[in-house]
Design a binder for this molecule. Structure first.
Ligand code: AMP
Ligand code: ZN
Length: 111
């Protein structure tokens, strides 16, 4: 989908501070970190949610995952957690696909 002028993350793709970028994807720092390290990895092009992953060609989906690993390695992270919220009741508040990359001592366990 084309950039959406009403989408916060489309605007950050265009104008934001990128921790790292590659062809088609960027990583930014979460403005309200939920852990010591909290990055967001997002496709440059607008995709509402991971539910729409079928919109990504296989090659692009694979590059997205590889980029997450590159971003984590570049941050010096060995252990980290990757989360995607899909839909409002799962906690999605920004409807431009993004992967949370979380690491550090504040990381809570799942019980
Ligand atoms: P989600 O709740 O999964 O949709 O995640 C949205 C995330 O975007 C939250 O963790 C927010 O803290 C983060 N966020 C919101 N606005 C900004 C911004 N301007 N720059 C960076 N991160 C943001
Ligand atoms: Zn967008």
């Amino acid at each position: 989908m084309p950039p959406d002028p009403n989408c916060l993350f489309c605007r950050l793709v265009a104008d934001g501070d990128h921790v790292r970028s590659t062809d088609g994807f960027v990583a930014i720092r979460d403005i309200n970190p939920a852990a010591e390290t909290h990055l967001l990895v997002l496709p440059e092009r607008h995709i509402d949610t991971l539910r729409d992953v079928a919109e990504l060609p296989d090659e692009e989906a694979a590059r997205m995952l590889r980029f997450i690993a590159e971003v984590a390695a570049a941050e010096g992270l060995e252990d980290y957690r990757v989360i995607v919220n899909i839909g409002p009741s799962a906690g999605q508040t920004v409807f431009h696909l993004h992967w949370h990359v979380l690491a550090g001592s504040a990381l809570p366990g799942f019980h």
